[in-house]
Write a protein that binds this ligand. Structure first.
Ligand code: BTN
Length: 308
């Protein structure tokens, strides 16, 4: 009901009487007043005069009704352990393709290689459930497509020199702004689902825990609505999936145009193993091709990449 009231207030763009809203929604004026108080508690700024109510300000919230046409695919939580856990449950319950699980905060945000992803208020933490009709051998394309879409979105809408770092980080300059984590389940050699979890530093300050990180707020010098960042990303990612996912080469080729990894001397850390060399390519499977000092080539499938 709160969603419907907010929608009415937004589209009225002026004062709306409790009586009119009540008639439209089949509620008493007292009930409308209760819902208005509930919305104020959620952070909406609503003024009331004898003629009625008017919405003055919408806070930086991520409730489903804030996402217009995407509303039915959005699931919002104030706090969760990890959006990856909720996404897995929903995916196993056969939620639709492109369902998005968002949390304002995560208590046990997960990073790649078993790291923690500190997830305080102000950042954007979400997991997108994908159900592509394709084989396991193409799963990596969704990670590459997601990091590429994010970099393109930051370039297009925020004019930032965003780049992708192998395997799936997004950087601006030499600072990390976003990390991606994916999980999948398979049925024979078919993908049942691929869940792409994304953390974007938006209005949080990640530098206390991670000096090598940055946020949109730091880069732009002002806070940015997380809802807008998410909408821009979902639009970009959906278009990418619709237009390029039938052609694996396309996504990797585009990803390479925006990477900061190829051509650099790097150290790859994979658990206890380390490899060093010049990153010379990323192949169609998403593997990084390293050239060692003696000219030999090594294919790296996963790991943490450090420019040296
Ligand atoms: C990394 O760079 O190590 C990947 C970080 C991924 C963080 C996101 S935040 C939303 C989703 N939920 C999680 O627990 N992790 C991912």
């Amino acid at each position: 009901m709160q969603a419907r009231i907010i929608k009415m207030l937004k589209s009225a763009n002026s004062f709306l009487s409790g009586k009119e809203m009540g008639t439209n929604l089949g509620l008493s004026e007292e009930k409308i007043q209760d819902h208005i108080h509930g919305l104020e508690k959620l952070g909406y700024e609503i003024i009331q005069i004898p003629e009625g109510y008017r919405l003055m300000n919408t806070p930086d919230v991520l409730y489903p009704w804030e996402f217009a046409a995407r509303e039915s695919c959005i699931h919002y939580y104030d706090e969760v352990d990890s959006t990856m856990n909720i996404a897995r449950i929903k995916a196993r319950d056969k939620c639709p393709h492109f369902t998005v699980i968002i949390a304002d905060r995560q208590k046990k945000g997960r990073g790649r290689l078993k790291r923690t992803w500190v997830s305080k208020t102000g950042g954007l933490y979400f997991t997108v459930v994908l159900r592509p009709d394709t084989t396991v051998s193409r799963a990596h394309l969704f990670n590459f497509g997601a990091s590429l879409s994010l970099a393109k979105m930051l370039r297009r809408h925020y004019r930032l020199d965003a780049r992708v770092k192998w395997p799936n980080d997004v950087y601006v300059g030499d600072k990390k702004i976003s990390g991606l984590l994916s999980e999948m389940e398979t049925e024979n050699d078919h993908l049942a689902f691929v869940n792409i979890g994304i953390g974007i530093n938006v209005n949080n300050n990640p530098t206390t825990e991670e000096p090598n990180a940055t946020s949109l707020k730091i880069l732009l010098g002002k806070a940015v609505p997380r809802k807008t960042v998410l909408l821009f990303f979902l639009d970009e990612f959906e278009t990418m999936l619709d237009t390029h996912c039938s052609n694996a080469g396309d996504i990797i080729a585009q990803w390479k145009q925006f990477t900061m990894t190829i051509g650099k001397n790097v150290r790859i850390v994979t658990g206890r193993e380390t490899a060093e060399g010049k990153a010379i390519d990323v192949d169609e499977t998403g593997a990084l091709i390293l050239e060692a000092e003696d000219g030999s080539l090594k294919k790296i499938i996963y790991g943490d990449c450090f420019v040296i």
